[in-house]
Structure formats: structure tokens, C-alpha cells
Design a protein around this ligand. Structure first.
Ligand code: GCU
Length: 124
């Protein structure tokens, strides 16, 4: 089955804003998290059954510095994409429980995270 897409602009946002000034996003915009460690986006992901899921985060980073985030306990690098209008993806696998799972992406450095467009979930 195709992935289920959860837009960042519809998620819970702590210390960030929804914006739409850089083209190429899906949905109605993206999240620009504050440039601090600890800013986050949290999605509620519904799994039909317990098992391993692939989480794919779509992002843009118009700087040349990596903007790492802790994504559900995994440290994920978000290197520069060349422009704020150039979007790329990073994927990890995580275990999910049946039903609702909170998936939080938290900036781990003072630069904050990248701009986040959406979370796409495949399986279980
Ligand atoms: C620029 C850009 C924002 C981005 C920010 C950042 O201001 O326009 O979209 O979030 O840089 O460095 O995080």
C-alpha cells in the first residue's frame, strides 16, 4: 500500500510556526521550527497492527550545516539541500504499536531543525 502522509502543518508544534513562503511543499505549508535545541513537531500515527514502520521525513535545509533531529529516539541527520525550496527525504524504521503512536521530531542543536514538510509512514 502507499504510505500514509501526515502533514507537518497539521501536527502538534512546539516552538515553531507554519509557513508557506518556500515553494515545493505538499499540503498547505511546512513547519519552520525555532532555531533552538528542543523545538519539535509531533505527529499522531495510527498503525493498524503492531510492527515495523518506515518513517520518511520530507524537509528542506537551505544552509550548509546539518540540522540533526531526534526522531522517535533515533538521531537523524538533515544535511543541506541547497535551497529552502529544494526538498529531500530522510527515512528510518521504528517499531509501532497497534493504534495511536506519538512520533516526535526534536531539534538537537541550537540551529534548530530543518523546515519540515511532512511525515510519510509505510506499514505495518
Ligand atoms: C530562513 C528561511 C526559513 C528557515 C530559516 C532557518 O529564515 O527563510 O524558512 O526556517 O532560515 O534558518 O531555520
Amino acid at each position: 500500500p502507499p504510505p500514509t502522509v501526515y502533514e507537518a502543518e497539521n501536527a502538534t508544534i512546539s516552538q515553531g510556526v507554519v509557513e508557506s513562503n518556500h515553494a515545493g511543499y505538499t499540503g498547505t505549508g511546512f513547519v519552520n521550527g525555532d532555531n533552538i535545541a528542543g523545538s519539535y513537531v509531533e505527529w499522531t500515527v495510527n498503525a493498524a497492527a503492531a510492527g515495523t514502520a518506515t518513517l520518511t521525513l520530507r524537509y528542506a535545509n537551505g544552509t550548509t550545516a546539518n540540522r540533526p533531529m531526534d526522531v522517535a529516539g533515533t538521531l537523524v541527520d538533515f544535511p543541506g539541500t541547497g535551497a529552502w525550496t529544494t526538498w529531500s527525504t530522510r527515512s528510518i524504521t521504528v517499531p509501532l504499536t497497534a493504534g495511536a503512536n506519538l512520533i516526535r521530531a526534536t531539534a538537537t542543536t541550537a540551529n534548530g531543525g530543518p523546515n519540515l514538510d511532512h511525515l510519510a509512514v509505510t506499514g505495518p
